[in-house]
Design a protein around this ligand. Structure first.
Ligand SMILES: [Zn+2]
Length: 137
């Protein structure tokens, strides 16, 4: 591809070109600051604050979507994958029977306990919804 986007290259970006299509300022390995031309893995709030601007202002000023992540694609993916891992881990750790007393009281693993089945059967018999059946087998 183009030599000037090689990571570690010291050739300054053409900010005019990048500002015409700010998507070009972000690639796999880095992002160019459209204010100072610096290249970073991500444009931190700290860096943007050094320009006296917030990330929201920055996106608005240069025409990025509000949800645009101001970081290298590779870094964005890494964050997204980590978020998924963390989310799954949290989900696995969350055991309803531990956190919900009502479930624990009912025995947790058996949503319908014997007692409840018997109570339901009695109710059905009482209300005539089901005829009594011979228990002997
Ligand atoms: Zn900058």
């Amino acid at each position: 591809m183009r030599k000037e986007t090689t990571p570690g290259s010291s050739s300054p970006p053409d900010l005019g070109v990048l500002r015409e299509d700010p998507r070009r300022a972000i690639d796999e390995d880095g992002i160019f600051c459209l204010i100072c031309g610096g290249r970073f893995r991500q444009l931190t709030n700290t860096h943007l604050a050094s320009h006296g601007i917030t990330s929201g202002d920055y996106k608005e000023r240069f025409g990025y979507n509000p949800g645009r992540a101001l970081m290298a694609f590779a870094l964005r993916r890494a964050y997204a994958e980590r978020a998924i891992r963390v989310g799954l881990a949290a989900h696995i750790r969350l055991r309803p029977v531990v956190n919900e007393p009502e479930l624990r009281r009912r025995g947790g693993v058996r949503p319908i306990a014997l007692e409840e089945r018997l109570t339901r059967r009695d109710l059905q018999l009482k209300t005539g919804l089901r005829r009594p059946q011979l228990v002997a087998e």
